[in-house]
Ligand binder design. Structure first.
Ligand code: ZN
Length: 261
């Protein structure tokens, strides 16, 4: 079974900026999907903001193992219904990979529950990514560090929750550092935030970056059956306790009553 992956692109600067259009003729999402499809175990397709329901219908999401998200200029244009759908799918077990300026994407902010702010500078600086979690599946086949000659700088403080694992830390020519590869788990879903990927630089043509993306899809994939009813909170009665217990004390709820939400 191949890992069904959607690469979601905002697809705005890809269309409006000649610089970006020249670097990524079919859009950044197409470049990323092509890089993933080199792996025989990944089946990557694309979706964009401009499509109906942003290309992320319920039916399609149900068949998706991993969603990759690249957004920047139009986070606010993403329909809240679709955002809610993405969040629910992650809770149920879908993997989610957020790239670069998607730190401000609605699904990421909702799943993190923090401001997700950072500092930034667009000056084509060299970025050196250091592997901080050797032997992590996401860094499989990578050297202990690698460089991108031109990137946008993102600096700390990055106001996200403490991650499950910090996989990369970046250094920039101007002196800033940034936690550029972070993993999370929300519900049954694996989440990876990966920093590089400013649209005016050829980042997604870089072999090390492509390797990280392929590895991340494999890592984020949860091959177990998708969970349902993740938001339920069923009441278990005294009669159903595994060991015999006697009810005592005052109580508010009736046996088997549905809880408040
Ligand atoms: Zn950027």
């Amino acid at each position: 079974m191949k890992i069904n992956t959607i690469v979601w692109g905002e697809n705005i600067h890809d269309q409006t900026s000649p610089v970006v259009a020249e670097l990524y003729p079919g859009g950044m999402h197409t470049c990323i999907a092509n890089a993933l499809n080199v792996d025989e175990n990944i089946n990557a397709s694309t979706a964009t903001l401009q499509e109906d329901e942003h290309g992320l219908t319920e039916a399609r999401m149900n068949e998706t193992d991993v969603l990759i998200w690249w957004g920047h200029a139009a986070h606010g244009d993403v329909d809240d219904k679709v955002v809610e759908r993405v969040v629910q799918q992650v809770w149920s077990g879908m993997g989610l990979i957020l790239l670069h300026s998607s730190h401000f994407a609605k699904p990421f902010k909702q799943l993190m529950g923090t401001p997700c702010g950072l500092t930034w500078r667009e000056a084509g600086e060299r970025e050196r990514l250091w592997v901080t979690s050797p032997n992590h599946p996401i860094v499989n086949g990578l050297p202990d560090h690698f460089e991108l000659e031109h990137e946008e700088m993102y600096g700390e403080p990055f106001s996200v929750p403490e991650p499950l694992e910090t996989v990369f830390i970046s250094w920039f020519q101007g002196g800033e550092v940034f936690r550029s590869g972070l993993t999370y788990r929300r519900g049954a879903g694996n989440i990876f935030y990966f920093r590089p990927g400013h649209e005016t630089y050829p980042t997604y043509h870089d072999d090390n970056i492509k390797k990280v993306l392929v590895n991340a899809v494999h890592w984020a994939n949860n091959s177990q059956q998708r969970r349902t009813n993740m938001t339920d909170a069923p009441n278990t009665t005294v009669d159903n306790a595994l060991e015999k217990i006697v009810e005592r004390g005052l109580k508010l709820h009736a046996d088997g009553e549905e809880g408040f939400k």
